[in-house]
Design a binder for this molecule. Structure first.
Ligand SMILES: C[S@@+](CC[C@H](N)C(=O)[O-])C[C@H]1O[C@@H](n2cnc3c(N)ncnc32)[C@H](O)[C@@H]1O
Length: 274
């Protein structure tokens, strides 16, 4: 038996492995600390953080959307690039941010992260009616609206309890968007037009999230897709999907150069028989 094997089988193994293990953890933690310090100094965001995606994570996103929508991955990659390089959208967000009364808490860079996935799903699935709960500044709303504008059809309903929300939703993006101020559960109960794509991004408690899926259930069109921005935290969407006979899949974000570990997109839909 070699010395290395003898140590590996002895109680000393833990001690011998400690320096290498400590180096690995330190390398990881220093990276997080560096990103945290840079963010504290450079960013002004205090909630609903924005960031770019790591390149491999974008590629995973393209495949995930392609599988969900039944669209060739090369086409989905083009959709993702289209959103990322949409000069009109970027200039619109920057200009609306500059004149907003919340500009002190927003960065002057447009980073779409997971919203690239929302955009690609709308481009690939061409929904007539998209519903987003939780508008906040309206970044997700203008991304969804930009996809509908490129599709040449479809409307977005976005709901928020906060009447000061949605300052980004102006101009051509407002033309395809119905902003509603109110509690999402009350608003969903009153929806008339069938919903083709639903996105939960409002109050992130399991109870509220699940209640939204139940409230929208009767209003979903055939083949509708249901998304959650909270599937990295709760099992509300997979539970509802199982109860209603739908499939559930999930893609997780890997933010580039950010301390935040990322959220993701949960997706429920009926699977068409082979
Ligand atoms: C995470 S933010 C939405 C982010 C947005 N979708 C985006 O892409 O940037 C959550 C929003 O949900 C809103 N909200 C909280 N409780 C709500 C409720 N019961 N009904 C509707 N909106 C609610 C908050 O006011 C907040 O603006």
């Amino acid at each position: 038996m070699s010395l290395r094997q003898r140590i590996a089988t002895s109680p000393m193994a833990r001690v011998a492995a400690f320096p290498g293990r400590a180096r690995m953890v330190a390398r990881h933690d220093v990276g997080v600390l560096r990103n945290s310090a840079r963010w504290l100094v450079k960013s002004r965001e205090h909630t609903n953080f924005t960031y770019d995606l790591q390149p491999l994570n974008r590629e995973h996103l393209a495949w995930w959307v392609a599988n969900a929508a039944g669209t060739p991955v090369s086409v989905v990659r083009d959709y993702i690039d289209e959103a990322d390089h949409d000069a009109d959208l970027i200039e619109h967000v920057l200009a609306a941010t500059r004149v907003s009364d919340r500009r002190g808490l927003a960065d002057d860079e447009v980073r779409l992260g997971k919203r690239l996935g929302w955009y690609a799903l709308v481009r690939a699935m061409r929904p007539s009616h998209v519903v987003e709960t939780g508008t906040d500044k309206g970044l997700g709303s203008v991304v969804l609206a930009a996809a509908l504008l490129r599709n040449g059809s479809g409307r977005l309903t976005t709901v928020d309890v906060n009447s000061a929300s949605g300052y980004l939703i102006t101009g051509r993006y407002a033309a395809v968007t119905d902003r509603v101020v109110g509690d999402s559960l009350a608003v969903l109960a009153e929806l008339v037009a069938p919903v083709d794509l639903f996105l939960h991004d409002s109050l992130h408690t399991r109870e509220h999230e699940y209640a939204e899926f139940e409230a929208v259930e009767e209003r979903l069109a055939r083949g509708a897709v249901v998304l959650s921005d909270n599937s990295h935290v709760t099992d509300a969407l997979p539970s509802w999907a199982e109860k209603t006979g739908r499939s559930f899949t999930y893609w997780h974000e890997w933010p580039a150069s950010h301390w935040y570990p990322g959220s993701g997109i949960g997706l429920a839909q009926f699977v068409a028989p082979e």
